[in-house]
Design a protein around this ligand. Structure first.
Ligand code: BJW
Length: 231
């Protein structure tokens, strides 16, 4: 590891860490938001307007998780969790489960999880690996048509924010991997880390919009950069 002796590392991952596993990123050329308007699929208003369309968008992406595998970046972060003597906090913006499948045991999913359902009425969440339909009945409250993917849409509050800021404050190294830094509150973590005097490192395919805010930035594919960082 290039930084000497960190005792508490806070890692933030984004879509770039799963790109080499075949998961589409959002804002790269050919990314999800170049194919569909986020206002049509990734807001509570879109779900209220056209639930079938929104369910179809997420059903296709959930089905896509069946045919993919974690890559060396996920595996290296799992190795870091097992072998690092200090505290590791792994926060992901990703809704896939590739960190878990790569061997990480403690993953904080701030934007939720695609393989879970959420009842919009009673708040019940549970594992859900198959398609979701507008006719589905919530097993917890019995309402029909209220189940949605347990993901965080624009305008909604990301999950575990109190815990995340608590862990960030305790860290002495902040590492951002494969994220464009375009979406808040995650995009603000680097400036918050800087304010707290925490060293900051970016590992990304190319300089992100916020690259200049990091103490150090290394550019290239996550499958190469992350294992090299962990060694
Ligand atoms: C590689 C690679 C390889 C590629 N190796 N790297 C104005 C100012 C400030 C904020 C706002 C504002 N107007 C509105 C807001 C708030 C809004 C927001 O941030 N909007 C921005 C667009 C400005 N945010 C929200 O609404 C959030 N909620 C909120 O703020 O609540 C209030 C609050 C207040 C105070 C505290 C806390 C909360 C909710 C945001 C929810 C985001 N949801 C999504 C969709 C999830 C469901 C789904 O998947 O459909 O989450 S949007 C999408 O973007 C997804 C991602 O997690 C997120 C981040 O994307 P990410 O991971 O960075 O992907 P990309 O594609 O952008 O970047 C990939 C990067 O990887 C690139 O840099 C590549 O170069 C790189 N890369 N291949 C290494 N092989």
């Amino acid at each position: 590891m290039a930084f000497d002796g960190p005792k508490s590392i806070f890692v933030l991952t984004g879509a770039g860490v799963s790109a080499e596993s075949g998961v589409a990123t959002y804002r790269d050329q050919g990314g999800l938001w170049s194919k569909v308007r986020l206002e049509d699929v990734a807001t509570p208003e879109a779900f209220a307007r056209d639930p079938e369309r929104v369910q179809a968008f997420y059903n296709a992406r959930r089905a896509g998780l069946n045919g993919i595998s974690p890559n060396p970046a996920h595996e290296a972060l799992a190795r870091l969790e097992r072998e690092f003597g200090g505290t590791l906090t792994l926060v992901t913006q990703n809704i896939d489960d590739l960190h878990e499948r790569g061997g990480s045991e403690n993953v904080i999913h701030m934007h939720g999880r695609l393989r879970r359902s959420l009842c919009a009425i009673c708040g019940d969440t549970r594992e859900h690996h198959s398609d979701l339909h507008v006719t589905e009945v919530c097993e917890a409250c019995g309402e029909t048509g209220t189940l949605r993917p347990d993901v965080v849409w624009f305008g909604e509050m990301p999950h575990h924010m109190e815990l995340i800021f608590e862990r960030l404050e305790q860290a002495d190294l902040f590492v951002s991997i494969g994220t464009s830094g375009a979406v808040y509150p995650a995009a603000g973590f680097v400036s918050e880390a800087g304010r707290l005097g925490i060293r900051t490192l970016e590992l990304n395919l190319e300089p992100s919009d916020g690259s200049f805010q990091f103490d150090e930035a290394r550019h290239g594919p996550a499958s190469k950069l992350v294992p090299a960082f962990v060694e």
